[in-house]
Design a protein around this ligand. Structure first.
Ligand SMILES: [Zn+2]
Length: 128
């Protein structure tokens, strides 16, 4: 596969819109380009899930202070849809192009669980 410019890819993805499909987010601060909070898509709660869609440095990112889920649009899509790295890049590409990413059920996530996912959110998969 050709080398993918993940930075450019991430710059084209509206992280807030992507996350807002799964959890209601409210703007809570103006720091670092704006901070949003809401229930965590993985572990719930009320406002433990934090999102910085347009920080001054780097791509938009999220962080759950409860379960520790964190990352950018690619890692979110990988986790949400049970994708490997390449699949995550393709999903981010679709999101950047404005295409929908139909919500994959847990069955789809399980079916694509061919490789063990790295990172702390793997265990939270399919709880929601
Ligand atoms: Zn969480």
């Amino acid at each position: 596969m050709d080398r993918v410019d993940t930075k450019a890819l991430l710059a084209g993805v509206d992280l807030l819109a992507l996350l807002a499909r799964d959890t209601p987010l409210q703007r809570v601060a103006r720091t670092d380009g704006g901070e949003y909070a809401g229930p965590c898509p993985a572990c719930g709660g009320r406002d433990r899930f934090r999102v910085w869609p347009a920080p001054r440095e780097g791509p938009g990112r999220y962080w759950c202070r409860q379960c520790g889920a964190r990352g950018d649009a690619i890692s979110y899509l990988r986790w949400r849809e049970g994708l490997g790295f390449q699949g995550g890049l393709r999903a981010a590409g679709r999101a950047a192009a404005g295409g929908g990413t139909p919500r994959a059920g847990c069955g789809a996530a399980a079916a694509s669980r061919r490789r063990p996912a790295a990172g702390g959110v793997a265990g939270a998969r399919c709880r929601w």
